[in-house]
Each structure stands twice: as structure tokens, then as C-alpha cells.
Design a protein around this ligand. Structure first.
Ligand SMILES: Cc1cc2nc3c(=O)[nH]c(=O)nc-3n(C[C@H](O)[C@H](O)[C@H](O)COP(=O)(O)O)c2cc1C
Length: 305
């Protein structure tokens, strides 16, 4: 059989394969250099970037769970200037497809960061309105549909020709409604899911394990929630989707694509196995070959429901 076409398309941007490393799991791509480069994967979604540098929350900010991790990093990042002047040129040189993940405390913050990264020439902008770990902004913009539409429209104005991905929160009553609100605001694509809000307590000290008390759950525990929400968001909007949340194997990736994802995000799995994105990429290709699928895009939305 001829080689499988592994390329996918997100809002007019071609990714060489469907595997995206998710925001927050690999910084700006340097940590994984010993294993592979960002040119080996479909795209890198960089660490959530804000207008000014942020130190993040107090430690401890990671707690283990039986099937994933709870984090409360609090958007630690060097700020948009460092991203644009130091990280982006290096990623460009490497041949990466770059998704700038942006965050802020106010609508104006989001607009300013979007404008900077769009002018700097990133491939896609991913607006994180679903971070559970910052006190202001973040998730507040992501839960009320009217707010989702409002901030999407305001940020879209500043993106120029760069497509806007809206990263949805799973901590909502009806994901379809929020997905439709993002679409109404002008989103070109969606990504989901961000982390589910959780908490752990040390029973010896009776204190919360995380300094922030609560954090976001990711990893295998959230995978079925992610599959369900991707399926609902795709049905509600038909928009291109980067599906993420607990994807750890090629089979997981194929499953979330069948639910409606055009590309697949890999995050927490990398903390256990740094090679996960590459193994998932190669596993998807092998599965296509074994099943006579010439184009990986055929998997998207192919669930028989
Ligand atoms: C340590 C850590 C940091 C994260 N930081 C961000 C972030 O800065 N921006 C963002 O949109 N999502 C962030 N996320 C959420 C992930 O991008 C992803 O949506 C979530 O972890 C589900 O995927 P996974 O189970 O494969 O990790 C972070 C997740 C983790 C575990």
C-alpha cells in the first residue's frame, strides 16, 4: 500500500501529522530535544503566554492521582516579549508548526497578547479561557456562553490572518452550548479538553496537598470525558478540533479522532514516557496501513453512532 497521508488541516493550516504536544506539557519544546524535535510532530502548543511574566502559584503545585496528575502551576511563563523574541525564532528555525497559547486576566490582556503573537507570525493562536489555576480571568471567561462569545469576538479582531482556536473548559454544564458560543464569536477551531477541577488532601496533616488547594486533573482518568466532549462539540459546530485529555497511546488517539478530533493533543503522557508523541504518531500510521486507510483524515468523525 502507498504511504499513508498523515497530514491534517486545522482551519487552513497544514500539520504534517495529527500529533500536537499540548500547552503546559513541554514548555517551548526545549525539554524534549534529547528525544525529538518539534519538526517531528504536527505542532507544538507552547506554554500559556501572558502579557507580563508570571511566577505561577506557590508549591507544591503537582499532586499525583491514581490515573493522572493534579496541577496548579498558575500560568508560570516568561511573558509575551520573551516568547516572541527568543522562543519563536528558535522554533521557526527548527521547522515547528507553532500554536501560541495565550492567556490573561482581562479581555484587553488577551487582545494585546493575541496581537503580538499574530504580528510575530505564529501559525495558530489558541486562546485558553479554561485555566482553573488563576484567580482572575482564565476560567471565568470560559464557563458562561455569553462571555465565551464576547471574548472570542474581541480576540478574533486582533488575530489578523492567523486562525483562532478557542480552548474550552470541561468544567461546564453543557459543552455543546459553549462550543456554539465560541463559533458564534468567530472561532476558527476548538481545542478540548482542559483539565477538570479536582482536590487532594493529605490525611496525616489534614491539609490540601496543593498550595493552591485545588488544581486541574489531566491524564488517563479524564480520557472518556474528553472523548464525550469532543464528540458533542463536533456535532454542535462542525469546527476543526484538536482533541486532548488523557491521550496516551495510538489507540486513544484514533478513538478521540473517531469522536471528531482532526488532530490529537498529548500532554500528561509525556511525563511518563517522553517518546509518547512519536510512538503515537507512528502507531496511528501503522494502524492506518493495517486497516487500508490511505489518508489519516478519514478517521475523523468516523464513529458509527
Ligand atoms: C502541568 C500542566 C500545565 C498546563 N498548562 C497549560 C497552559 O498553560 N495552558 C493551557 O491551555 N493548558 C494547560 N494545561 C492543560 C493541557 O494543555 C491539557 O489541556 C490537559 O492537560 C489535558 O491533556 P493531557 O491529559 O494529555 O495532559 C496544562 C496541563 C498540565 C498537566
Amino acid at each position: 500500500m502507498a504511504k499513508v497521508d498523515m497530514s491534517v488541516n486545522i482551519a487552513g493550516v497544514t500539520l504534517r501529522n495529527p500529533v500536537v504536544t499540548v500547552s503546559g506539557a513541554c514548555g517551548f519544546g526545549e525539554e524534549y530535544k534529547p528525544f525529538y524535535t518539534t519538526a517531528d510532530i504536527g505542532a507544538i502548543a507552547v506554554k500559556g503566554t501572558t502579557l507580563l511574566p508570571r511566577l505561577g502559584n506557590a508549591v507544591p503545585r503537582i499532586a499525583e492521582t491514581p490515573a493522572g496528575i493534579l496541577n496548579s502551576i498558575g500560568l508560570q511563563n516568561p511573558g509575551v516579549d520573551v516568547f516572541v523574541t527568543r522562543e519563536l525564532p528558535r522554533l521557526r528555525e527548527e521547522g515547528a508548526c507553532v500554536i501560541a497559547n495565550i492567556a490573561g486576566s482581562t479581555l484587553e490582556d488577551y487582545q494585546a497578547v493575541a496581537e503580538r503573537v499574530a504580528d510575530a507570525g505564529v501559525d495558530l493562536i489558541e486562546m485558553n479561557i479554561s485555566c482553573p489555576n488563576v484567580k482572575e480571568g482564565g476560567v471565568a471567561f470560559g464557563v458562561i456562553p455569553a462571555m465565551v462569545e464576547k471574548i472570542t469576538a474581541a480576540v478574533k479582531e486582533k488575530c489578523g490572518k492567523v486562525p483562532l482556536i478557542v480552548k474550552l473548559s470541561p468544567n461546564v454544564a453543557d459543552i455543546a452550548e459553549n462550543a456554539r458560543a465560541a463559533q458564534a464569536g468567530g472561532a476558527d477551531a476548538l481545542s478540548l479538553i482542559n483539565t477538570l477541577i479536582g482536590m487532594r488532601i493529605d490525611i496525616k496533616s489534614r491539609k490540601p496537598i496543593l498550595a493552591n488547594k485545588i488544581g486541574g486533573l489531566s491524564g488517563p482518568a479524564v480520557f472518556p470525558v474528553a472523548v464525550r466532549m469532543v464528540w458533542q462539540a463536533k456535532k454542535a459546530t462542525g469546527l476543526p478540533i484538536i482533541g486532548m485529555g488523557g491521550v496516551a497511546t495510538a489507540e486513544d488517539a484514533i478513538e478521540i479522532m473517531m469522536a471528531g478530533a482532526d488532530a490529537v493533543g498529548v500532554g500528561t503522557a509525556m511525563f511518563k514516557n517522553p517518546m509518547a508523541p512519536i510512538e503515537i504518531r507512528d502507531g496511528i500510521e501503522r494502524w492506518c496501513e493495517e486497516h487500508g486507510i490511505a489518508d489519516v483524515k478519514e478517521i475523523t468523525g468516523s464513529v458509527i453512532d
